[in-house]
Design a protein. Structure first.
Length: 227
């Protein structure tokens, strides 16, 4: 049965946790104290929240922008990929601060643990993309398609004092997983969150899909999702 555990999930953990998760799923290691110290919030069998440790790009040498398909990990901050087809790429852990992905096709790409601070993702196709643990402080996702994307644990809050959060105006978040997402200051006006998972989402000064503010709605947008 261990063979049924997604290989990518196990490889993302250190040896000790990998062994624990394997045994836990096999049903032989359910020990309350251990589970309490191991983050299992909102998880299903075979689903583990990624622990991202390398989201800072300032100390990384910049990578040639043309090598985005081949170099891992890479620092592609400030590069321009508008309208490009980047479907299905493994970009996990890469740096994309201020990178321009406007209108790009990133569907089914792995963007987990990426640094997308101030990135331009307006109109980008992120259908089915994995953005678990990504940092999108101040990113522009206006009109982006995030249908069925995995956004577990992402943060979309304003990065700098006085700056706004991510722009998700008109974004398609239908079926997206936003478990533990920080939506502080984010603008969701006109966004489609039908069927989205909103467990433990942080709503703080968030503009809801209907244009109201979470601060005026009891600190949430759950009753203001309809446009």
């Amino acid at each position: 049965m261990a063979a049924d555990i997604p290989e990518k999930v196990l490889q993302s953990l250190d040896e000790t946790r990998r062994s624990f998760v394997s045994k836990l799923i096999l049903g032989s290691a359910f020990v309350a104290p251990s589970v309490a110290s191991f983050s299992m919030s909102g998880l299903a069998v075979g689903q583990v929240i990624v622990q991202c440790t390398n989201l800072f790009c300032s100390n990384q040498t910049h990578t040639d922008c043309s090598l985005i398909r081949t170099v891992r990990p890479g620092n592609f901050s400030g590069c321009n990929y508008p309208g490009q087809n980047l479907h299905g790429l493994n970009l996990s852990g890469d740096c994309f601060e201020g990178t321009n992905f406007s209108g790009a096709n990133l569907s089914h790409s792995d963007l987990s643990c990426t640094n997308l601070i101030d990135a331009h993702l307006a109109g980008a196709n992120l259908n089915g993309a994995n953005l678990e643990g990504a940092s999108l402080f101040g990113a522009n996702l206006a009109g982006a398609n995030l249908n069925n994307a995995n956004l577990m644990g992402i943060s979309l809050r304003g990065f700098k004092v006085g700056s706004g959060g991510a722009n998700l105006t008109g974004a398609n978040l239908q079926g997206a997983n936003l478990t533990n997402a920080n939506l502080t200051g984010a603008n969701l006006t006109g966004a489609n969150l039908q069927g989205a998972t909103l467990t433990n989402v942080i709503w703080d000064d968030t503009t809801c899909p209907d244009g109201t503010n979470s601060s005026d709605n009891g600190g949430t947008c759950v009753l203001n999702l309809k446009v």
